[in-house]
Design a protein around this ligand. Structure first.
Ligand code: SF4
Ligand code: SF4
Ligand code: FES
Length: 238
């Protein structure tokens, strides 16, 4: 097995070739904030929360989609990174309608957790208050686009773990949104098996079980990694 050796926050770590900086940081016990990353599906580098600095390059690197290379010297907690991460979270809050006090995920929300992690207690940016819809056409679930942060975890889980590919990304730039089927009401998409994996994968209150009230949604982030390993290794308990 080919191995790369690198340094992360002063810790030397040897990691299998092909693994990412985020994998190496996990191995070294160095926490890096993430939002769009989820074990069990491929990474897309959408949220930019996991940026790190590598000595010798002026660019900030997204740890989840950057391969760990031999000899890299990585810093994960510089002042510059902390400032950028905080600003990224502020922008996410300003971009949608994240009214935590009336959200099904209040208290069980990864966006809230990340805000706490990066020390964000208010946004310096003007709130856009976009006028987005809510789709309750599915018999069991709902999607409130106001709380979507476009991490695409639902898209990847439904495609790669469930194999249904109900979700995708429509439009461009500030108008982009999560589309069900061919931009149909979710309840009319025959491909949906009602498995609920997208509900478990969604880090915010955007996709939820109907009937859940404020603070009741608890996602199951580890389920996708469990399912992929279970299928590969036939280990069906956790
Ligand atoms: S319930 Fe399952 S099949 Fe339906 S959209 Fe969600 S992940 Fe896809
Ligand atoms: S609906 Fe949830 S999982 Fe899907 S992109 Fe939006 S925030 Fe992410
Ligand atoms: S976790 Fe790496 S870009 Fe989102």
């Amino acid at each position: 097995m080919a191995v790369n050796t690198l340094t992360i926050d002063g810790k030397e770590i040897a990691i299998e070739a092909g693994k990412t900086i985020l994998d190496a940081a996990k191995e070294a016990g160095v926490p890096i904030p993430t939002l769009c990353h989820m074990e069990g599906v491929h990474d897309v580098g959408a949220c930019r929360l996991c940026i790190v600095e590598a000595e010798g390059t002026p660019k900030l690197l997204p740890a989840c989609v950057t391969a760990a290379a031999e000899g890299m010297v990585i810093h994960t907690q510089t002042e510059k990174l902390q400032n950028y991460r905080r600003m990224t979270v502020e922008l996410i809050f300003a971009e949608g309608n994240h009214v935590c006090s009336i959200c099904v995920a209040n208290g069980n929300c990864e966006l809230q957790d990340v805000a706490v992690e990066v020390g964000m207690d208010h946004s310096r940016f003007s709130y856009r208050f976009p006028d987005r819809g809510c789709d309750l056409s599915h018999s069991q679930f709902g999607i409130d686009h106001n709380r979507c942060i476009m991490c695409t975890r639902c898209v990847r889980v439904c495609d790669e773990v469930e194999g249904a590919h109900v979700w995708d990304v429509g439009s461009r730039g500030p108008d982009c949104f999560i589309v069900a089927g061919l931009d149909q009401p979710w309840g009319e998409v025959d491909a949906c098996t009602s498995c609920g994996k997208c509900v478990d994968a969604c880090p915010t209150g955007a996709i939820f079980h109907q009937g859940e009230t404020t603070g009741e949604k608890e996602g199951d982030r580890g389920k996708m990694a469990f399912l992929t390993t279970a299928r590969e290794k036939q280990q069906w308990t956790r």
